[in-house]
Write a protein of this length. Structure first.
Length: 177
């Protein structure tokens, strides 16, 4: 498999939408990729199912302070309102995202995670999608937003919600070809 041995950073913090973390990770792992949870959170983080129900705890594999885009072949940004909002307010997370775009490596974002793309200044003139509630934010950041289950624009892969995970997972695995 072409994904075999490729390293993928999954940037998350507390409040990540659990299926948007676990489904892409399982798909990438099944394709032979090496996935690592990168986070500003210490030790472990609490996932959510929606915005109100607690999910599982997940161990942090690499602290964000120790992570570098050069160590990875791809970046995956799961959503979750709390997760995405916290990460876009973290300058280290924003710089981490910018570094993947500077290196022209694949970046995949779902649901609320494109907020981080807007904060990093990389959404401008990019075709993308997201959960509908942040459409105006992305359009105001200069993005070309569309309502599709997956949108691919060069090295950027975006998707709307957990309902689109099957297509999102397939697109991110294909991007490692």
């Amino acid at each position: 498999m072409s994904a075999a041995g490729k390293k993928v950073a999954i940037l998350v913090t507390r409040g990540v939408e659990q299926p948007e973390l676990t489904s892409p990770r399982e798909a990438l792992d099944a394709a032979g990729a090496i996935t690592q949870i990168v986070s500003p959170a210490d030790g472990s983080l609490q996932a959510m199912k929606g915005d109100w129900d607690r999910g599982e705890e997940f161990a942090v594999d690499v602290p964000l302070a120790d992570a570098a885009a050069g160590d990875y072949d791809m970046l995956v940004l799961p959503g979750g309102t709390l997760n995405a909002d916290a990460l876009r307010g973290d300058p280290r997370a924003v710089e981490f995202v910018k570094a993947f775009f500077a290196a022209q490596k694949p970046v995949a974002a779902i649901c609320h995670a494109p907020w981080l793309l807007a904060e990093a200044g990389v959404a401008h003139e990019r075709k993308l999608t997201s959960v509908g509630s942040i459409k105006v934010d992305l359009v105001n950041a200069g993005a070309k937003w569309e309502d599709s289950e997956v949108v691919i624009d060069g090295n950027l892969i975006t998707s709307r919600t957990p309902a689109d995970l099957e297509a999102f997972d397939a697109a991110i695995v294909a991007a490692l070809d």
